[in-house]
Design a protein around this ligand. Structure first.
Ligand SMILES: [Zn+2]
Length: 458
């Protein structure tokens, strides 16, 4: 499994946001808000080392790892190259994928880890001996050893549709040690693949499962019992220890929130903490902002009004991911509580208990709008998305819950609107069941970090 750090960097709309919204207006002293851009991992070499160790030690089930794969033989299928490994396993690689992923310097920029050419673009090159009328499978010495092996021929034009005809294979070579495969294409271009590289990308469920685990940690659905095991971290440890940062990021990816203790009750602490992970990304409220009760407030967060359970800035085309909220001063009497809920858990309940209403919430587009003036900057921002966003595979991506950010314009019929409200209110009933949220109170040295895509708060 890959580290949460990398996962956070992958999320294009990374946002580390600082505010003191959880402090009641009567006690607010103000804080700052900040938003983050991904930072190249190379800028934090110590953490890179930590991640590397973790990847090797825990990211992959050892039972799923083969020894260094050696090629035994290759053969050409209709549209795929068939590979037999020396451990007896077999894989297939589409020709067009092989051509698309040539690792030579003309096709791939190593330091940028980026593809340089589209697969359809023909490359200049000397046609291989024997021309394009057939292909050969032969073995060759890695260090200029003698060529050995047998030659096979066929008509490659049968293997490709017209728009892929630039990817004809005319020669296949496997190194004597079995660790390299070289493909010579019809135009003479030559691609060499290490077997480690090929095997990691094999089109089989085992290898794809390994990469799925590397892609991200699976979120854990939680209920009100989470109040007994709130994930916590130390501010000082996070500033000093990369392992602590990694643990924090993993916790964020799995549970969607963490409480950090030990911050100084003053502005600037969130900047210091967020600098350990990423760059700050601006929104229409800037990169940092102070939350306090304001006259003619541009956002209900700047008022004494109580807020519904919600996520933030749904109006933006990149709904913010990570937010940091620093409690600088806290109300000493009753009040000032925070409420957290796992929005994915409630969405799953909705899908299981009310599948038709769930479909309404995933299918009907809702307008989310933020209009106003803040610090002299005028904005009118609208995003249109369903209340529950799902991925192509049906998994829940995020819940877009914002009572104050949902617009009154609705692009559906009155009958459809009535049905949508029925579904929406059913979701709210589930959300506010006692077992689906918990209440706690931050103290002035604490920072609440939450994933705006996984959790709802009030
Ligand atoms: Zn190439």
């Amino acid at each position: 499994m890959q580290a949460g750090w990398l996962s956070l960097l992958r999320r294009g709309g990374n946002l580390l946001r600082h505010s003191a919204r959880l402090v009641p207006p009567s006690a607010r002293a103000g804080t700052t808000t900040a938003r983050a851009r991904p930072r190249a991992l190379s800028t934090v070499p110590a953490l890179c080392s930590q991640l590397s160790k973790r990847n090797k030690s825990t990211s992959v089930n050892p039972d799923l790892i083969r020894p260094r794969p050696e090629l035994a033989s290759t053969s050409q299928g209709h549209n795929t190259l068939k590979v037999l490994w020396r451990d007896g396993e077999a894989d297939e690689f589409p020709y067009v994928w092989l051509r698309d992923n040539c690792q030579c310097h003309a096709c791939f920029h190593t330091s940028a880890s980026s593809r340089l050419l589209r697969v359809a673009k023909p490359l200049d090159g000397r046609p291989p001996e024997g021309g394009a009328a057939g292909y050969a499978v032969r073995r060759f010495g890695v260090s200029g050893g003698p060529l050995t092996g047998n030659l096979k021929r066929c008509d490659p034009s049968k293997a490709f549709s017209a728009h892929l005809k630039t990817v004809f294979i005319v020669l296949l070579k496997v190194s004597n040690d079995g660790y390299f495969l070289t493909v010579v294409w019809e135009n003479g271009h030559e691609s060499t693949y290490e077997t480690d590289w090929l095997n990691e990308r094999a089109f089989n469920p085992r290898q794809q499962s390994i990469y799925n685990n590397k892609y991200r940690l699976r979120p854990e659905l939680w209920d009100s019992d989470m109040s007994q095991r709130i994930p916590r971290a130390s501010f000082d440890e996070l500033m000093e220890d990369d392992a602590a940062v990694l643990k924090l990021l993993e916790s964020m990816e799995v549970l969607g929130f963490t409480v950090v203790s030990g911050a100084r009750p003053e502005e600037g602490e969130l900047q210091r903490l967020s600098d350990r992970a990423s760059h700050l990304v601006a929104s229409n409220y800037g990169t940092t902002f102070i939350v306090k009760d304001k006259k003619d407030a541009s956002n209900v967060a700047y008022t004494s009004e109580g807020l519904d359970l919600h996520c933030d800035l749904v109006c933006l085309h990149y709904k913010p991911c990570v937010q940091l909220l620093h409690c600088i001063t806290q109300f000493s009497g009753d009040g000032g509580d925070s409420i957290l809920a796992d929005s994915h858990r409630v969405a799953v309940q909705m899908r299981e208990l009310h599948p038709q209403k769930y479909r309404l919430l995933t299918d009907v587009l809702v307008n989310f709008r933020d209009v106003g003036v803040d610090n002299g900057f005028q904005y009118d921002i609208i995003a249109r998305r369903p209340m529950i966003s799902v991925k192509a595979n049906g998994e829940i991506k995020t819940v877009n819950m914002s009572t104050f950010g949902r617009d009154s314009h609705f692009g559906i019929s009155p009958k459809e609107a009535i049905g949508w409200y029925d579904a929406y209110l059913t979701f709210c009933d589930l959300l506010y069941r006692p077992e689906n949220h918990f209440t706690f109170k931050l103290v002035p040295d604490e920072i609440l970090i939450m994933d705006n895509l996984l959790s709802l708060r009030r």
